[in-house]
Design a protein around this ligand. Structure first.
Ligand code: SAH
Length: 349
């Protein structure tokens, strides 16, 4: 398949148009319709001649996602979308409201290959990677649906963004393009389970992107048990590249740590974690694990979490407990798609 039009840069679109003998300024118009005005149909592009709109819709069908399901949390207004892609695949996005504005959590793949033991995205298996336009479309569709400007992005939905590296890089290029929505790279976080060579590549780009690392355990013995990727890229190798990333970009790294009761929440774990992170420009986000129906893990108690924070703090490592948003709407990654797939199998709507 040739690339879909929403995934093209303005340069590429201009080239495509010139091969079709369409004047150059039309490429800019279409690009702005798509990326600034968030048009999802050529009919909306009212300053294009009708024949051109018809020609374009035939040559470049628009693959926007559509809202298959929407749940709004009664507790905090968090909105969870189940989006249907043009080929019938489902992905999830979550929009959260913070003091500084709206943040969207987008998916980068349909399913995931990484196999983390506590994560629902892994359960349905891996289907495919998303095109850049399909990642953009989650934000565009949500922004239009909500009627609110979304200013922050976290690549923390379904999938491993660094396992879809080229498409994710192009997504970042398009979303930060001043001719499009022009989001600040500083407002974007990318979360990875730790694919070290790709983190190195990212480092070479010297972007102002915030890096989040799903660490979840301070030792190889423990981390390999819950995160298979650790067998390829062990903790110390991962932390070494993180240290380099933080010092070379001066961007603070976030370490995600899901608290699993009786598994990774001991005092020893906290001390070991602190000793490994000491002196790094970083922050630890502790998240009481979200319970997933098929998984055996239970969230650590409040006291245990507080104790963990205290030990990290005493040892000079900054940590906070992440506020749990949308807990009444299955707002943790992969849960909704999993339900939807099951329901469809059973024939339930
Ligand atoms: N693949 C990427 C991004 C997607 S997961 C990554 O691994 O970072 C987004 C975050 O949610 C990761 O930190 C992941 O480890 C965490 N996560 C997954 N399942 C969870 C659960 N059941 N409870 C709490 N956090 C979870």
């Amino acid at each position: 398949m040739s690339m879909d039009i929403l995934s093209m840069t303005l340069g590429e679109l201009t080239e495509e148009f010139s091969a079709m003998n369409i004047p150059k300024f039309r490429a800019k118009q279409v690009y702005e319709w798509l990326h600034k005005h968030l048009a999802s149909d050529y009919e909306e592009m009212t300053n294009l001649p009708k024949v051109l709109r018809e020609q374009l819709s035939e040559k470049f069908p628009l693959f926007n996602c559509s809202v298959a399901k929407k749940q709004v949390s009664k507790l905090d207004g968090t909105v969870k979308y189940l989006f249907e892609m043009h080929d019938g695949d489902f992905v999830e996005s979550v929009v959260m409201k913070y003091k500084y504005g709206y943040t969207i959590c987008v998916s980068s793949q349909v399913g995931c290959k990484m196999g983390c033991a506590f994560c629902a995205s892994t359960l349905g298996g891996f289907k495919r990677s998303l095109m850049p336009g399909e990642i953009l479309s989650q934000l565009y569709t949500a922004q239009k649906d909500l009627g609110e400007r979304i200013s922050h992005i976290v690549l923390m939905g379904m999938g491993e963004p660094l396992d879809n590296y080229d498409n994710v890089m192009r997504f970042l290029e398009l979303i930060t393009d001043e001719k499009g929505l022009n989001l600040s790279m500083r407002n974007i976080s990318l979360s990875t389970c730790g694919i070290v060579p790709k983190i190195r590549e990212l480092l070479d780009k010297h972007m102002q992107l915030t890096l989040s690392i799903s660490l979840h355990a301070p030792s190889d013995e423990l981390r390999s048990r819950i995160m298979p990727i650790n067998k390829r890229y062990p903790v110390d190798e991962l932390l070494k590249v993180c240290r380099k990333y933080a010092s070379e970009t001066s961007r603070r790294i976030s370490f995600e740590y899901a608290m699993l009761s009786g598994v990774n929440d001991s005092d020893e774990c906290a001390s070991l974690l602190a000793s490994k992170l000491k002196g790094m420009l970083c922050h630890v986000n502790l998240i009481p694990v979200n319970e997933v129906a098929e998984s055996p893990f239970k969230p650590s108690s409040r006291e245990t979490v507080e104790r963990f924070v205290e030990i990290l703090g005493k040892n000079g490592v900054n940590a906070t407990v992440r506020r749990k948003l949308g807990s009444d709407i299955d707002a943790s990654c992969g849960q909704l798609r999993q339900k939807e797939n099951k329901n469809r199998k059973k024939g339930v709507e």
